[in-house]
Design a protein around this ligand. Structure first.
Ligand code: PRP
Length: 221
């Protein structure tokens, strides 16, 4: 790291996404051994060679760190980007964490969607659900915010449908629910603070380029 270089800070989404992200950084020649110690309670990890600092945060907090510039770069799911609506640049689709945002429910709920009925929609993503029903479908609904296990809602009668992430579809299947409509495809994205993008164009541009090359290499294998 050159003397006058400042650390670039990268916010990662804790869990599976962070692991996948570090694997990709490694393929691009950027290593962070410190982070692999799963017993450690450390929150922030340094790569001296590249002048990088990585930290782990909850998904919905990643766009917050990036918008305020506390992190220059972030890696987070498209679902969270859409839901949080923060000002930042989305620069790269990392191709992993692929899944879909869907309207789901029992087959019997399909007619409520067709007839634009005033139904209840349970979701962890109220902004995405509101945008979908109000702006795309022009259907008035009641949005009910939940924090997890969303599939329960139509089963116990809290809502007619849900807006949730579907990956393999097994959670739906095992609970007698089905995909009724698709809202949008999702995957992990790299995001960049708008000021950092200008001030550190060269370094951030190189990281994006190196990651793109690593992604392409993996595709060609
Ligand atoms: C997510 C999502 C679905 C499930 C979809 O939940 O909300 O419930 O995964 O995956 P599948 O299609 O492969 O079954 P997550 O496990 O993140 O927990 P949550 O219920 O707390 O949202």
């Amino acid at each position: 790291m050159e003397i006058d270089m400042r650390y670039l800070t990268v916010a990662l989404t804790k869990g599976r996404l962070a692991k996948k992200t570090m694997e990709l950084f490694e393929r691009a020649g950027i290593f962070c051994e410190e982070m692999k110690d799963s017993d450690s309670r450390k929150l922030i990890f340094v790569n001296e060679e590249h002048g990088l600092r990585f930290f782990l945060a909850k998904g919905p907090d990643v766009p917050t760190y990036v918008e305020y510039g506390a992190a220059d770069i972030g890696v987070v799911g498209k679902d969270t980007i859409l839901e949080e609506g923060r000002r930042m640049y989305e620069v790269l689709d990392l191709g992993f964490g692929k899944c879909r945002m869907c309207v789901c429910g029992p087959e019997s709920a399909r007619e409520y969607l067709q007839h634009q009925e005033l139904i209840r929609v349970a979701t962890k993503y109220p902004n995405i659900a509101r945008d979908y029903f109000y702006n795309r479908k022009h259907q008035t609904v009641e949005i009910i915010k939940l924090n997890g296990s969303i599939e329960l809602a139509p089963i116990v009668g809290l809502s007619e449908v849900i807006v949730d992430i579907v990956e393999t579809g097994s959670t739906l299947r095992e609970n007698g629910l089905t995909v009724l409509e698709e809202v949008c495809p999702l995957s992990a994205r790299m995001v960049v603070n708008q000021v950092s993008m200008k001030m550190e164009q060269e370094r951030i541009g190189k990281i994006i380029g190196d990651l793109k090359a690593a992604l392409k290499e993996a595709q060609e294998k």
